[in-house]
Design a protein around this ligand. Structure first.
Ligand SMILES: NC(=O)c1ccc[n+]([C@@H]2O[C@H](COP(=O)([O-])OP(=O)(O)OC[C@H]3O[C@@H](n4cnc5c(N)ncnc54)[C@H](OP(=O)(O)O)[C@@H]3O)[C@@H](O)[C@H]2O)c1
Length: 476
């Protein structure tokens, strides 16, 4: 802001025009004395360690804005454990009571797991200490309890780092809506599976080999069970739904077939239909119910999800008016997670909105989502002929919009297709029955194309605009 230094230098000439001969003070360059934000750090492992390292860089930017971040103390299991590149002088304790005795403006939770973080977060919020966390598991399971504790303590909990760390979208969908709120969510929410599935396509790797590479690159934890099974994405979907104003009351159960069932062959056959496989989280909210699906899906090549890079995640939201919004960004890795946590710390420090309880309505979650399905069948050639599998599925109520057979080794055959929209239960029952009859493998994943959850390509949008222009020529 430029401030007029000395009013007496303002003079008027005979025509009463104003001449200003004053000297100006340009206080844009003045650096305000920074306010120190005292941080308590729960955990100093992969993410906590990255937070400790990133704070040094963050302060270079923040000091000019009047903020300085400082870690007062960190809680760990073993204070003697060697820790890579941790700033010297960082105080560690293995005693939760010593940690809780500290005075903090914000606490960052990076412990992981459920029980220890739940009780610590609960106590901190109840006493009025704001908390930020990257722990989707604990937030998904305790969202309501944390909201109550924060209300009781007059404070807030933020968890932007727990969904897609590289993208701030939760605070947007968490605002009271002027359009009736979110009605549909389609998202790719897990960094590990995105990397694994991209590596299968790009290099023909198996899930195990791709996962090994992700662990070596620091993009996945050695135990990736929660990622591959969909439990991690299901937790994220639940916490996103909560931010959108609906509480499921119970965990969302992922599909029984996870990403670990996907082979390079299935991936190649998915590509024959012009698409690729992704792990997705889908939810459609209708009144007091929502249908949800978390697991592998076939994504058409024109859909935004098919163009995501190996490190990218994405969420597509549709509101009650039908308008759609897409957020995409980096979805995995300790450094991006640390930056998202620190960004939440700054949001807490600069927040002017008093903590308050948002209105959340309780909904029932059903797994019976209705969508077109990608069906993959691999079975012995005899007695079930490849052409026959489509007919068998048709008899069970599964009819195809596209269907292709692929010859394979002698004595075996494969077929892939995209069905018309069907309920999950119909597809599940049909594939189970036919699997029993043929003794083969039948997999069915939702098929997502532009018409269901997707976004039109630039070409399609231009075509539509062109069609509209032709239909209603501009009045001259
Ligand atoms: N890793 C990622 O890229 C990533 C990305 C997004 C979100 N997250 C989330 O971030 C959280 C932390 O993950 P992480 O990978 O950083 O885990 P991690 O490497 O295992 O680190 C956990 C830290 O917490 C400490 N700790 C754990 N339980 C404790 C207890 N009961 N009492 C005291 N200290 C305890 C550990 O102490 P010691 O060091 O002494 O063992 C360690 O410092 C998880 O919720 C995870 O889902 C991780």
């Amino acid at each position: 802001m430029v401030k007029l230094a000395d009013e007496k230098n303002v003079t008027h000439d005979s025509d009463n025009q104003v001449f200003v001969s004053a000297s100006f003070t340009d206080n844009r360059r003045e650096t305000p004395t920074p306010t120190t934000i005292r941080i308590g750090l729960l955990g100093c492992g992969t993410v906590g360690g990255a937070v400790a390292r990133q704070i040094v860089k963050a302060n270079d930017q923040l000091v000019a804005n009047g903020i300085r971040l400082e870690i007062v103390r960190s809680l760990v299991r073993d204070t003697a454990k060697p820790r890579r590149d941790i700033p010297p002088g960082l105080k560690l304790t293995d005693d939760a009571n010593v940690f809780l005795a500290g005075a903090y403006d914000v606490v960052i939770e990076a412990l992981g797991g459920l029980d220890a973080p739940r009780s610590l977060i609960q106590r901190l919020l109840a006493r009025g200490t704001p908390v930020v966390t990257a722990n989707k598991q604990v937030v998904a399971a305790n969202g309501e309890a944390f909201a109550s504790a924060a209300e009781q303590g007059g404070t807030q909990i933020r968890f932007e780092a727990a969904a897609i760390p590289g993208v701030r979208f939760l605070e947007t969908i968490g605002r009271p809506s002027i359009t009736g709120g979110v009605s549909e969510i389609a998202a790719v929410l897990n960094g590990t599976t995105q990397f694994v599935l991209s590596s299968i396509v790009a290099e023909g790797l198996s899930v195990d080999a791709a996962l090994h590479r992700a662990v070596v690159l620091g993009l996945a934890e050695p135990d990736a069970t929660r990622d591959l099974s969909g439990l991690d994405a299901a937790d994220k979907l639940r916490l996103i739904l909560r931010e959108a104003g609906v509480e499921t009351g119970e965990a969302i159960v992922p599909a029984s077939v996870g990403v670990d069932a996907i082979t390079p062959q299935i991936t190649a056959d998915a590509a024959r239909l012009g698409g690729c496989l992704r792990q997705v989280a889908l939810a459609r909210i209708e009144g007091d119910c929502a249908t949800a699906y978390v697991g592998p899906a076939w994504v058409g090549e024109r859909h935004a999800f098919s163009r995501l890079g190996p490190l990218e995640n994405c969420i597509a939201l549709r509101d009650a008016t039908g308008a759609r919004t897409l957020y995409a960004g980096v979805g995995a890795g300790p450094d991006i997670t640390a930056r998202a946590l620190l960004s939440d710390v700054v949001a807490v420090a600069t927040s002017t909105i008093a903590a308050g309880r948002r209105s959340v309505r309780r909904i029932k979650i059903r797994a019976n989502i209705r969508t077109p399905w990608f069906v993959y069948a691999s079975f012995r050639r005899d007695p079930a002929k490849p052409e026959g599998i489509g007919e068998l599925l048709g008899k069970c109520g599964v009819s195809f919009r596209r269907f292709e057979t692929a010859s394979a080794a002698v004595g075996a055959s494969r077929a892939v297709g995209i069905t018309f929209p069907l309920d999950a239960a119909t597809v599940r029952d049909a594939t189970k029955t036919i699997q029993e009859v043929t003794g083969g493998t039948l997999l069915a994943f939702p098929a997502i194309e532009d018409s269901t959850h997707g976004w039109a390509s630039k070409r399609e949008r231009l075509d539509r605009l062109e069609a509209r222009r032709v239909d209603s020529p501009a009045k001259s």
